[in-house]
Design a protein around this ligand. Structure first.
Ligand code: G6P
Length: 482
């Protein structure tokens, strides 16, 4: 497939600013729902970067989500989109395999056992090279290229080889593991050197950045001083200097705030409460159906609270939104069976003809419906076993304009570094989790108001716009210094 890269870009002079991510920021929709069959994906990243795209002649390189399909570059809502094709084999080996069955579990504390296969690694290299080539073809001289996430860690290296003139940034949206775990990866040196060809490598938490620097020292002998990494080639000459630092990502806070005061969204949130029989307390979980999210831990705690009658099904209801994800990957299939089974057992035991203990919704919803759910929920449960950031926690906080509601938040999320007034929990400690849920359910309005105000201040002043500006300004500065 290497030869079939479409070299044409929409901008003959090349783009000044290029984002490279595994997925393009658009989803296919039926033609009667949009003019060109595409709709901008929900999510903060594209919202933050779209204005930068517009002012800097930007382009976005990414996969459009279907196997075995070559698409020409196209323009959508002010952005040039440059699709990268993946064959069905590559989807299996690069996306489901190396990205989501090797790197994803390895970088999330090996909650599921990572698998190491040389054929997957070969596909990862090939596909990363293709993304790099697409960016190299589209970039104007001295352009800035911002590469996103764990699926593309070799892109900085390939891109640097193809286009030494570029300013290259990389941001890892998921955790970076400690070297003791990263050491398992047979290709650990290649991954570290791949990243080190970026001028700036961003992470969610200070601990992720520190983990990366320790691995850079240990596995490629990089010299590290104050976050700066000197990488020497085989002859001992300094090949490249880059910088690693935390840049915690956030949400489009004003979009969530605006939706939270829209009359139709407020009406919908009331409807949700009514449909559930106006219980005293609505608890809410919103996750991709992923084993990193601690959904089974949450259900276990909730089930025990019902068994012990600390909560009664007449008074409390848990809404669990679990959006379908990576469904062809075995560990995700197993998780779905486990969650389906747990929900069935809890509901079988506690439901009445009028009340349901767990409303389990295996769907994705538009952002308006999500905000209505945030408004309807008295308690938000985020119980991840490991999570790069967790934007749902921040969205819940942004939606609670009247400073009511309580957030139970796992300390293993990036968000826990910023939302210090949440009820922080260790999801493995089921008794601790149960106690925190009960504390949230019974919290006085004064205490929840105080906590929510502090969290809202943080989220509203640190939105995704600020995140992208800080990263890009630092990238500019780093490159100038060299
Ligand atoms: C996480 C990753 C993203 C990824 C998303 C959805 O948030 O950090 O890179 O796009 O999950 O997963 P998917 O495999 O559907 O792209």
């Amino acid at each position: 497939m290497e030869e079939s890269i479409n070299k044409s870009t929409l901008n003959p002079d090349g783009s000044e600013f290029i984002v490279v991510s595994n997925r393009l920021p658009v989803d296919r929709v039926p033609l009667d729902e949009s003019d060109d069959g595409w709709r901008r994906s929900p999510g903060g990243l594209v919202t933050a970067l779209a204005p930068v795209m517009a002012t800097r002649d930007g382009a976005w390189v990414g996969w459009h989500g279907a196997p075995d399909e070559e698409l020409a570059p196209f323009h959508h809502e002010g952005m040039d989109l440059l699709p990268v094709a993946l064959s069905a084999d590559e989807v299996e080996l690069f996306y489901e395999g190396f990205s989501n069955s090797t790197l994803w579990p390895l970088y999330h504390d090996v909650i599921a056992p990572p698998e190491f296969h040389r054929t997957w690694w070969d596909a990862y290299r090939t596909v990363n090279r293709r993304f790099a080539q697409a960016a190299a073809d589209a970039a104007a001289p001295n352009a800035t290229v911002w590469v996103q996430d764990y699926q593309l860690q070799l892109v900085p290296r390939f891109l640097r080889q193809l286009r030494p003139d570029l300013r290259i940034g990389f941001f890892n949206h998921i955790p970076f593991p400690p070297p003791e775990i990263f050491a398992q990866l047979p290709w650990r040196r290649e991954i570290i050197s791949g990243l080190l060809d970026a001028d700036l490598i961003g992470f969610q938490r200070a601990s992720d950045s520190a983990n990366f620097l320790r691995s850079a020292r240990r596995f490629v002998g990089a010299g590290v001083k104050a976050g700066q990494v000197q990488f020497k080639d085989q002859d001992g000459n300094v090949a490249h200097i880059s910088r690693a630092a935390p840049f915690p990502i956030s949400i489009d806070a004003s979009q969530i705030q605006e939706l939270a005061v829209r009359p139709d969204v407020i009406a919908r949130s009331r409807q949700i409460r009514e449909d559930l029989g106006n219980p005293k307390t609505i608890l809410l979980g919103v996750d991709r159906l992923d084993y990193t999210k601690g959904i089974t831990h949450r259900l276990k705690a909730y089930g025990e609270l019902l068994t012990e009658e600390s909560l009664k099904v007449e008074d409390a209801s848990l809404i669990q939104v679990a959006s379908p994800s990576r469904e062809r990957v075995e560990s995700y299939r197993l998780l779905r069976e486990e969650v389906d089974g747990m929900v069935g057992r809890i509901n079988g035991q506690f439901d009445t003809l009028l009340n349901t203990a767990v409303r389990y919704l295996h769907h994705s919803y538009p952002v308006e419906e999500m905000v209505a759910l945030y408004l309807a929920a008295d308690v938000m449960l985020v119980t991840s076993l490991r999570d790069g950031m967790n934007l749902v926690a921040k969205e819940y906080v942004a939606a609670r304009g009247d400073n009511t509601g309580a957030l139970v938040l796992s300390e293993f999320t990036g968000a826990a570094d910023q939302l210090k007034s949440a009820l922080l929990i260790n999801p493995h400690d089921i008794d601790g989790l149960k106690a925190a849920i009960m504390r949230a359910v019974n919290m006085s309005p004064a205490e929840s108001g105080r906590r929510m105000r502090a969290m809202r201040r943080q989220v509203i002043t640190h939105d995704v716009q600020r995140w992208s500006e800080e990263f890009l300004t630092t990238l500019q500065h780093e490159a100038v210094q060299q």
